[in-house]
Design a protein around this ligand. Structure first.
Ligand code: ASP
Length: 452
């Protein structure tokens, strides 16, 4: 059995929805279909989820919501109209939105916001089920409440209550035929609607794939496959990555690869379900398969990623290596400020801690530097900002001499200097830190060296 998830761009209008139906009907093992809310139809357009947020905000301010309400209904109505699905489904969606809006004064702000955001996926799943019927195929809408998608944590940033796996698995064992399931939301134990973070339909798909032990989790989007390098930086890249391992995906996603948020697929990864990224617009393309292991050609790299806006906290102290607990105390200062760290390259008398810039705004930087001065009495402490990290990733690098040398040579030949190098013992990736201004040239040089 396959679980397939279709993102907002795959469901933005009637033509896209027809492609989705074609894809599902082309393979009888595509049994569970997770849908997002309709997304952007063109670059200047607004996603239904954003329209719903605007609608909720207006209602919370106590202002007239007619315009925002009309904008949401119009998106569904235009799809229903083009597909000739009749008025019933549009009226049903309108009534549902009115019901939700009426709860504005009885719910806490964040609860109301989640109730409204969830309307995007919930109503779309109902509309998609009707669209299947319009094509003469039965597909049933399944509700997260009835199937037991129980969420915990904060509204707008909810997480799955692990008890849900058993209930979801039981619920799906009773279904036959095609099931259309809304992504992005579930219910708290108290029965309140709660949403995952934005983009959370990927999480729903991943949870369902794990719950039913799917053979594969197909994630349909608008790219043919995952590219080994950002095509905006290297436009000549044409070949996608056919297969990669979960570890490789994690390393690339970490450095900003737009595969998907790496935490979104944790349930599928933990259950060892292969994930297939595919294109709704080119269903004949095999896409990229992400799985536990793959055949590896020694000395090869799977991808090169870059991420901007890192900071490096540099601490130097003569005889640092003899001072027991120095590293722990340094990291404790960050812990006390709630700052997660990424890498910790070190020298005999120096210790660097690389953190994401967003976690170290200027006023926090001052506090941290002062705490380091007071607590560790260093000879030197400074924070370097605007650092870009490059990640070179590939299982094929393990036990292969010269991979790092090749990267260094490529950067040296362009006159690019590196401020840090970090390679974990897994050898599945190494990190090079450079200045932001050198990023594009560096990525191109590495691409040429490893994929040339
Ligand atoms: N519709 C939601 C969003 O735009 C969730 C999703 O599409 O995955 O974030």
């Amino acid at each position: 059995m396959k679980v397939c998830k279709f993102g907002g761009s795959s469901l933005a209008n009637a033509a896209q929805l027809n492609k989705v139906i074609d894809i599902v009907l082309a393979d009888p093992s595509r049994r569970i279909v997770v849908v997002s809310a309709p997304g952007k139809r063109h670059s200047g357009d607004t996603k239904v989820t954003d329209l719903l947020i605007a609608l909720a905000d207006t209602a919370l301010k106590g202002e007239n919501t007619d315009r925002q309400f009309g904008a949401v209904v119009e998106r569904y109505a235009s799809i229903a109209d083009e597909l000739k699905l009749g008025d019933d489904i549009v009226r049903q969606i309108e009534a549902d939105l009115k019901d939700r809006l009426a709860k504005v004064s009885s719910l806490a702000k964040e609860e109301f916001m989640d109730l409204m955001k969830a309307a995007g996926e919930d109503n779309n799943a109902k509309l998609v089920a009707v669209a299947f019927a319009g094509r003469g195929k039965k597909a049933r809408y399944a509700s997260p409440k009835d199937t037991g998608m129980v969420l915990a944590g904060q509204f707008g940033d909810a997480v799955l209550d692990p008890c849900s796996y058993a209930t979801l698995s039981r619920a799906f064992s009773n279904f036959d035929g095609i099931v259309i399931y809304p992504g992005f939301f579930g219910y708290t134990k108290e029965g309140k609607v709660a949403t995952f973070p934005r983009g959370g339909s990927d999480i729903t798909g991943s949870i369902l794939a794990a719950a039913v032990c799917a053979d594969v989790y197909e994630n349909f989007t608008d790219v043919d496959s995952v590219f080994p390098v950002d095509p905006r930086i290297v436009p000549e890249v044409t070949e996608g990555i056919p297969t990669m391992t979960y570890r490789e995906m994690r390393e690339l996603a970490y450095a900003g690869f737009g595969v998907f948020a790496d935490d979104a697929v944790v349930p599928a990864v933990k259950a060892r379900i292969p994930i297939n990224i595919r294109n709704t617009n080119h269903p004949g393309e095999p896409g990229t398969m992400i799985q536990q292991s793959r055949r590896v050609v020694p000395g090869t790299v799977v991808g090169i990623a870059s991420a901007d806006d890192f900071c490096n906290i540099i601490v130097e102290k003569y005889l640092m290596n003899r001072e027991v607990g120095f590293g722990r105390r340094l990291l404790q200062i960050l812990e006390e400020e709630g700052i997660p760290y990424e890498h910790t390259p070190s020298g005999v008398d120096s210790q660097c801690v690389v953190v994401k810039g967003k976690f170290l705004p200027k006023e926090k930087e001052r506090k941290v530097v002062q705490a380091i001065k007071n607590g560790l009495q260093p000879d030197f402490v400074a924070v370097e900002r605007d650092i870009t990290i490059l990640m070179v990733v590939g299982e094929g690098m393990c036990y292969t001499p010269g991979m790092l040398a090749k990267a260094c040579l490529a950067l040296a030949s362009e006159g690019i200097s590196m401020s840090m190098v970090n390679q974990g013992s897994s050898e599945v990736s190494f990190m090079l830190a450079i200045r932001r201004k050198d990023r594009d040239m560096a990525v191109r040089a590495l691409y040429k060296a490893f994929f040339g």
